[in-house]
Write a protein of this length. Structure first.
Length: 167
């Protein structure tokens, strides 16, 4: 059984076809003379030769130089500032305001632009309802949430409008 050692390199095949086309083109004139048909074949063989040479050049194997670093770059380790020692007393967490029993609280998701993720961020700031949001300052809210004050101003305005409609 015949066993090939490498894969077929198409660049060599294209170069050989190009050379054969050039040889046929060179033999056309002495064998057939200078008439219209041999000249047309001459041009066709020359074009095929150029085309095959271009294909051969474009399909040749590329030899890239691969360099590996001798040692991996060291990762920068950021040092954290020392933390003050913890005290033994437990800090008291502020309790969320208790809802008024007379009327139910409106959900924050009723305001356009506030989704579940924003609700959790607002809850962390002790804003549990539309009523709490309407009482909050837009600039202070923007600073604490680190978002645009235009957005928070719209939220506060919508909260105030919802409260006016609800009462």
């Amino acid at each position: 059984m015949l066993r090939l050692r490498g894969s077929l390199r198409f660049d060599i095949v294209f170069f050989v076809l190009g050379i054969v086309s050039f040889i046929f083109a060179a033999l056309m004139i002495p064998l057939f003379g200078v008439t219209l048909l041999p000249v047309a074949f001459l041009i066709v063989f020359l074009l095929f030769g150029l085309l095959f040479m271009a294909f051969g050049y474009s399909t040749r194997p590329r030899h890239y130089r691969i360099t590996t670093p001798s040692k991996p770059p060291e990762a920068k380790i950021e040092e954290k500032p020392p933390q003050p020692p913890e005290t033994t007393e437990t800090p008291t967490t502020p309790q969320p305001p208790s809802p008024k029993p007379s009327k139910p609280l409106m959900e924050l998701t009723r305001i356009k632009g506030i989704g579940p993720k924003r609700v959790t961020a607002l809850n962390a700031l002790q804003i549990m309802s539309v009523e709490d949001l309407a009482k909050f300052s837009a600039e202070e809210l923007a600073d604490k949430l680190k978002i645009s004050s235009k957005i928070t101003a719209k939220w506060v305005e919508q909260a105030q409008n919802l409260l006016k409609e609800g009462s």
